[in-house]
Design a protein around this ligand. Structure first.
Ligand code: FAD
Length: 198
């Protein structure tokens, strides 16, 4: 089996991937090499994101690849991000906002019934979401410092605060917004329709 990363994997970690786990990584590599790599320098210089690449990435089914039986291992997910990032860090952010941050938030926070309904739409990108944790005044210290608040008023939640550095926010359908419930002080996640008026 040839090495996936002969120049930058001195401990041979990628050798621990199975053939089934390597296959989607190699499908991703082909799209990155042929369709994405030729664009990234130009778009970096323009300060824009090449959204035309999205259908090619979405179509790869990298979250639940056909080649892998059951839920993919963390090792596979790690190399999926690594493969994206070695071509362009923006591609890793763009894909991982949905595949890692948003999907995990829904998996952990939703009921099993809600997640069963949401997950096929997340993995197919029919529903796009992002993860809104960081704030203008809180980055590394967010665990203790999160300042956005959520207050239950009747059947509604009122969320107050500001977020910053939210990868993919402009194209998302839903924002997973983290805010502190004023009633019990607990941090909770709320799925907010991006087009909902503020
Ligand atoms: C490309 C990109 C995409 C992102 N996407 C998202 C996203 O989708 N959703 C989201 O919520 N956030 C996102 N972020 C935000 C990211 O999570 C924050 O940048 C991160 O939490 C760090 O916060 P900060 O930038 O405010 O840096 P700061 O917390 O201000 O840290 C600045 C520096 O100080 C150091 N530092 C901080 N505290 C200490 C300490 N106690 N002791 C020693 N050193 C310390 C840090 O290591 C760092 O070097 C994204 C950031 C980037 C760059």
């Amino acid at each position: 089996m040839s090495e996936l990363y002969p120049d930058c994997d001195p401990y041979g970690t990628a050798d621990r991937l199975t053939e089934a786990e390597r296959a989607p990584i190699l499908r991703l590599r082909a799209v990155l090499e042929n369709e994405i790599k030729p664009l990234v320098a130009e778009y970096w210089e323009k300060g824009e994101f090449p959204y035309q690449i999205a259908p090619s990435l979405y179509g790869l089914n990298l979250m639940t690849p056909d080649e892998i039986d059951g839920a993919p291992r963390s090792l596979y997910h790690g190399f999926r991000i690594f493969e994206l990032a070695r071509t362009d860090a923006s591609m890793a952010t763009f894909y991982t906002a949905q595949a890692g941050l948003f999907r995990t938030t829904c998996r952990v926070g939703a009921s099993p019934e809600q997640f069963a309904e949401l997950d096929p739409k997340i993995t197919s990108f029919e529903t796009k979401g992002v993860f809104c944790l960081t704030e203008p005044d809180h980055g590394s210290d967010i665990a203790g410092g999160l300042a956005s608040t959520a207050e239950r008023q009747g059947d509604e939640w009122i969320i107050n605060g500001a977020k910053r550095w939210i990868g993919g926010a402009f194209t998302a359908d839903y924002l997973a917004v983290f805010a502190r419930d004023v009633a019990d002080g607990q941090v909770k996640a709320f799925l907010v329709d991006r087009e909902r008026p503020v």
